[in-house]
Structures are given as structure tokens and as C-alpha cells.
Design a protein around this ligand. Sequence first.
Ligand SMILES: [Ca+2]
Ligand SMILES: [Ca+2]
Length: 298
Amino acid sequence: MNNDIRQICAITAVVLFTLPAYLSAESVSVDMALTTPSPNNILQMEVEAIVGTPSSDDDSSELSGNALADLQVNFDRFTCEVNDVTGLEFTGGAIGLAEVSFTIPFGVFGNIYVAGTGISGTLDTPNAPGAVSGSAFDASKHKLILNGGALYGEGTGIVGGLFDPFTIDLTEDPINSSNQGTGTILISLLSSDDLTATYQTTITMPVSFTKQIFANPSVTIDLSGGGTLQADGQFTRCTLWADLTDDCRVDWYDLAEFSDQWLAYDESLPCPLTADLTADDCYVDFFDFDILAYEWQP
Ligand SMILES: [Ca+2]
Ligand SMILES: [Ca+2]
């Protein structure tokens, strides 16, 4: 080791040791599976019909598939642990529901029969991102949208004579949940090495909806549902401080970007200088270069 490299390593050790613990604010994407068995990922559903008097029947449907989300997370840059989660945005996913059927009795006057087939949906955050405080978030800021499959209804006996059979195509007339209550998001560090860190994520969220699926002067039929959605998944992030080109390598391309910002200074908050690797002074100087040299991958 020549003298220059010794000097750089020594300064690196001092810099890394003396910097205060600080955070790296990042947005990470995670693909999660809905695989947890009952009681989560079960929608309890009810159809209530009013034909002069109310009557109802219930059924349940298992949720399966996946959920996609972007998470705003503050990571500890030294330990890679999650300091806190500040935002959650559901960006999609494909959720399937098991078939459901309901027989609503009206005694000697007949029955109403309702079935849901091929129902599927996705998740959305209309005003993204939704805030997260601690591990809790307001479930009403997020939606389960059932926008696939169909609902079919018909009646028998005298009740059946009060309306014609109907079909609702959910692709044209989707069901949007209006969740109430508090969801939770838990992220834990599973493993890390010199380049990356991998995390386990679990999101649970109460979901509920009510939709009128038929109405005429004699008959009204409402479908409602509720349950707790649980999605589990993992994500991996790059932990290099000096990777300015998002390829999880520190090489000539990063050095070129770094050089463009050399000796730049800015008073804006947050600091716009990506080459301020010390993230404490919004000034790109030798202390920042020292970190780049430490992580250099020729
Ligand atoms: Ca790079
Ligand atoms: Ca700096």
C-alpha cells in the first residue's frame, strides 16, 4: 500500500467514525404476496335484499394474488436498519377472489339468488403517498378496487316476478372499497453485505365496501364486504453511498457525476447535491471524495 492510499484509508476511517448517525430517505418498491391464511385475506361478504322486509345471506371469499407498493423509508446509513416509514403508495397488483353465492330467503314468496364469479381487483392510493406514522396508516387513504368479473342476480316465486335477472360487469362498474380503521406496515432488516441490504415487509389493512347492486320500486339489493388484507414480501436496496448512477457500482460513471458537482455548494433544503456524500453540509469536497474512494470498484 503506498502512502497516498494509506492516507485515504486513514481519513476514511476518521470520517466514517466521526460522522453523526444520519438517515437516507429513499423510495423503495416492493411486490408482496397475499398468502396468509385465515383470518386475514378472507372477505366476509353479505347480500341484503329488501322486498317490503329485509332479508340477507352471507358468504366468504379468500383473497389471493399480489400487491405492489412504493414505500418512503428512512434508513440508517450506517446500520442499514429502518429508522422509520413515512409514506405508502399502493401502485397495483392482481388480487383474485374465490367465487361467492348468496340465497336470500323470503319464505313462501320465493328467494333471491346472487353470485359473484371471476371477481378480481387491484390496490390504489388515490392521493399518493399516504402518510405513515410509526407503523400505522389511515386505511381510508387506500382502496381495494374490484374491477374484474361479474355479479349475477335473479329471483324465484313471487319475488322473482318483481325484477328481471341482472348482471353487473365489474370491469365497467367497479366496486371501490371505503376502508375504515388503521393499517400497519412492518419492515425488518433480514440481511446485508457490502453492497446491498434485504428487508421483509408485511402490510395489513382493513378493507370494507358496500355497493347497491340492484334497485327498483319493489326490490333493493346491497352487497357489502369486509376483512383484513395482509401482504408479505421482500425488497433489496443498494447500500453504497457513492453510487450516483443507480447501478450499485461505484466506478468511472459515478466519478464523472461527482466531478460535475466538485466544490458545489447549495443552501436549499433538502440538499440537491447528490455528490454531497457526507450528507451533512451540502458541500462537495474532499470528505465526500473520500467516501467515493473508499467504495471504489475499479
Ligand atoms: Ca454507479
Ligand atoms: Ca459534503
